[in-house]
Design a binder for this molecule. Structure first.
Ligand SMILES: Cc1cc2nc3c(=O)[nH]c(=O)nc-3n(C[C@H](O)[C@H](O)[C@H](O)COP(=O)(O)OP(=O)(O)OC[C@H]3O[C@@H](n4cnc5c(N)ncnc54)[C@H](O)[C@@H]3O)c2cc1C
Length: 284
């Protein structure tokens, strides 16, 4: 199918971009979700603002313990070893290769994923688990929202239609943090049925910090707080990780049935994947 007719603007500054949004435009970033929706007649924007020509939005910087990812940083950037310092870079490198396939990763953006807010999005689950902050700009000014408060449901966020998501900020992970990312999917290129990202810090033989992000385990990305609580103060061991998997599956997750995965099946996969991801993340 062809998209409905639309007008197109290509702003050259953030100020022009937010003016276009105030006039009702919808952002075009990597186009990997928006253009598909337009072709399938699921989206009918009257005006599209292509932000690909706005200088500075493609910047990726790390300073003072914070990683800042601009709105035009493509998925594939995170495949490069060392693009992001320390364990956070390792976690992103493990997660990014599970997103779609190389041509989509060459154009699609991390910020676009957070704007789109698919419940199975790997980036959205990591943003929640890692206490990322989303920066939004409009003609009214700039505001920041913690990722934990930003996702409201499937494809629903706290972003107002006239707000440009300009950057995502992450605290860098401590050097002694172990990380892992695993997912279960029906085919190589389908979205994850369940995806799990984990970051674990072990000091003096006990777990002192745990972060677990869950994708496609509810109507929105989740941080598995109940599972994390079972781990703090425990020795890193298979029984501890199995218990955390059970807590994630029964207390944190609220899976919805899908055509090839009913709720019981999804809870089983969540328990197994969380335990497996924690075993991989445990620093040895
Ligand atoms: C075959 C296929 C498989 C895929 N598999 C996966 C997968 O496994 N995991 C996954 O997470 N994703 C997957 N995707 C989606 C892909 O990751 C997209 O790139 C991403 O979701 C959207 O990023 P984008 O930059 O392409 O955004 P666009 O398509 O340009 O925009 C998506 C939406 O977000 C809005 N938007 C984008 N950027 C901004 C911004 N800066 N400020 C405000 N609004 C903005 C747009 O207006 C639009 O509504 C898949 C896509 C395809 C086609």
């Amino acid at each position: 199918m062809k998209p409905s007719a639309f007008d197109y603007v290509a702003p050259r500054t953030v100020a022009d971009a937010v003016d276009a949004l105030a006039a009702g435009a919808q952002v075009l970033a990597g186009g990997q979700s928006l253009l598909l929706d337009m072709h399938l007649q699921r989206a009918h924007p009257a005006l599209v603002a292509d932000i690909n020509h706005v200088p500075g939005l493609d910047e990726l910087t790390a300073s003072d313990g914070t990683l800042t990812v601009g709105a035009l940083v493509r998925h594939q950037t995170f495949e490069s070893p060392g693009a992001v310092p320390g364990p956070l870079g390792d976690l992103f490198a493990r997660a990014v290769v599970t997103i779609a396939h190389p041509p989509i990763r060459a154009r699609g953006t991390m910020a676009g994923s957070l704007a789109w807010a698919h419940p199975a999005s790997e980036w959205c689950a990591l943003a929640v688990a890692l206490d990322a902050v989303v920066e939004l700009r409009s003609t009214r000014g700039t505001r920041e929202i913690p990722a934990g408060e930003y996702f409201l449901g499937p494809f629903q966020t706290a972003r107002e239609p006239d707000e440009l998501l300009t950057a995502v900020r992450y605290p860098l992970l401590a050097p002694d943090t172990g990380v892992a990312f695993t997912e279960h999917r029906r085919t190589g290129f389908s979205f994850a049925q369940v995806a799990v990202g984990a970051a674990l810090t072990v000091r003096d033989g006990v777990i002192t910090e745990a972060r677990i992000g869950l994708a496609n385990c509810a109507d929105r990305p989740l941080r598995a707080h109940a599972a994390e609580r079972t781990l703090i103060g425990a020795e890193p061991s298979s029984p501890a990780f199995t218990m955390a998997g059970e807590a994630a599956s029964t207390e944190d997750a609220a899976p919805v049935p899908e055509p090839y995965a009913d709720v019981d099946y999804r809870r089983h996969v969540i328990a197994v994947l969380v335990a497996r991801t924690l075993r991989e993340a445990a620093p040895v």
